[in-house]
Design a protein around this ligand. Structure first.
Ligand code: NAD
Ligand code: ZN
Length: 360
């Protein structure tokens, strides 16, 4: 299937399905007849697994490869600088193209290299994780700063996305779980039927048939695409995508990146946001069923041991999305109907303490 994303002035295709990447070569021939060179940016893990096959299938003459460390280690100033130096040494120009081949970390890094090299050269996303169904679409690209994650970046849309689900076969269970949390998020903020369908059809994250996974990810991308189309640079509805993330990001930062995955932290954040939504909006939701389902899939639904609620609150206030000093929280009026609310410190701290005592 091919989806189309329109973000501001740019419209680009998302090819999704098993074998999607086979269309990349002809896409380049058709759309970039004057292509001078290609720089593939990938990480050590994806490189080992798939780079030879990928390069062979592309079979282009001027192809350079930069292999970066796996995970968040890719999103540092040092690695960013190395990529730029390599691009300059290899004389990439405005008719060159960057191919980002990997998960969300590689995509964020490669996209920011593309956005800033010579004030911007085109890039294409070839995501290889479930999480990247989210990150590869929408044009947010960034690296990290010691004082905050994703703090240095740009809004820069890719030319196309080739999402080949064959790459997902080698994903470890923890990465499947992390990415699937974003699928659940996309369902909760968009449509009750999608949510019910997920709960009904997914009992084990490691045995979702390819056809079903393709449908879930296609739906997830559509939800994200529709929101990005309305609000490319996050002045309004794009904030809905932050559902579960205000607390999720705080948990990641407080627990220490790497000790809990992004999606696992977001899952806890969603449980908390749903609890508050129910308290404030007479939102009739079966939280018990949701928690049981999450646990069955291997998620944790309560705050990790030892996290201070005061510190979590302080983290939430540092969020890029907070305005002034109030925390802006995405809540649901019902499934598929999100809204943004400013919540008081005292109220939030009280609810966090209760959450810590009672769990999900
Ligand atoms: P990732 O790129 O770090 O991948 C996770 C791990 O899986 C890495 O160790 C990687 O080497 C490995 N991996 C990747 N593909 C694999 C495959 N096919 N088989 C086996 N192993 C594979 O991260 P991610 O979880 O995909 O994404 C997280 C990143 O995405 C974070 O940096 C986050 O900030 C960013 N993000 C960005 C956006 C956005 O809109 N730009 C949205 C959400 C998340
Ligand atoms: Zn996320």
């Amino acid at each position: 299937e091919t989806l189309h994303i329109s973000a501001g002035s740019k419209k680009y295709p998302v090819y999704i399905g098993i074998g999607a990447v086979n269309q990349l070569k002809s896409f380049l021939q058709e759309n970039y007849p004057k292509l001078t060179s290609v720089l593939i940016i990938t990480d050590e893990t994806v490189g080992k697994l798939y780079l030879e096959e990928f390069k062979a299938a592309l079979n282009l003459s001027e192809t350079y490869v930069k292999v970066v460390p796996a995970g968040e280690k890719a999103k540092t100033f040092e690695v960013y600088h190395e990529c730029l130096s390599y691009a300059l040494e290899k004389k990439l120009d405005r008719k060159s193209l960057i191919l980002s081949f990997g998960g969300g970390a590689v995509g964020d890094l490669a996209g920011f290299v593309a956005a800033s090299y010579m004030r911007g050269i085109p890039f294409i996303q070839i995501p290889t994780t479930i999480l990247a169904h989210d990150s590869a679409v929408g044009g947010k690209v960034a690296i990290n700063h010691a004082l905050g994650k994703n703090m240095i970046g740009a809004f820069y849309q890719p030319e196309a996305v080739f999402y080949d689900l064959k790459f997902l076969q080698s994903l470890p269970p923890a990465e499947i779980r992390s990415g699937f949390a974003e699928v659940i998020k996309h369902a909760l903020i968009s449509d009750e039927e999608f949510y019910d369908w997920l709960v009904k059809s997914v009992e084990n994250l490691n045995s979702i048939p390819n056809t079903l996974m393709t449908e879930f990810l296609t739906k997830g991308i559509k939800v994200k695409g529709a929101i990005v189309e309305q609000d490319e640079t996050e002045t309004g509805v794009r904030a809905y995508l932050n559902f579960g993330h205000t607390l999720g990001h705080a948990i990641e930062a407080e627990a220490g990146y790497g000790s809990i995955s992004h999606g696992e932290a977001v899952a806890i954040g969603m449980v908390f946001a749903l609890k508050i939504s129910m308290e404030r909006h007479s939102f009739n939701f079966n939280l018990l069923e949701f928690n049981e389902w999450l646990k069955k899939l291997g998620y944790v639904t309560e705050l990790p041991e030892g996290l201070s609620t005061h510190r979590l609150l302080a983290r939430m206030k540092q969020d890029k999305k907070s305005v002034g000093q109030k925390v802006r929280f995405v809540l649901l009026n019902k499934i598929g109907s999100p809204g943004v609310e400013e919540l008081d410190d005292a109220y939030l701290l009280n609810r966090l303490d209760a959450f810590k005592r009672q769990g999900g």
